[in-house]
Unconditional design. Structure first.
Length: 82
């Protein structure tokens, strides 16, 4: 979706931080909570946001230790984009 590509490019320096702020919902909320948070924080279309939330939930289930270290380490706070 061209609109989502524009949003991705425009938020490239903040998208990692925005996504991580929705991370606790992966463990403490529902898929809808994750999706709603991402939609509000980033601005993707609903279908794109649903894809991102599914990816976050899968990553949380399969990579919990890495996710937690990344969440609190500050790594990729600005997505390492110059």
């Amino acid at each position: 979706n061209p609109q989502d590509i524009v949003v991705y490019v425009e938020t490239r320096k903040t998208i990692a931080k925005s996504s991580k702020s929705c991370g606790p919902n992966v463990f403490l909320g529902t898929k809808d909570d994750v999706t709603d948070c991402l939609e509000e924080k980033i601005g993707f279309t609903r279908p794109c946001t649903e894809c991102w939330s599914s990816n976050m939930i899968n990553t949380g289930k399969r990579c919990l230790n890495t996710c937690m270290r990344t969440l609190w380490s500050g790594f990729m706070t600005d997505n390492n984009v110059p």
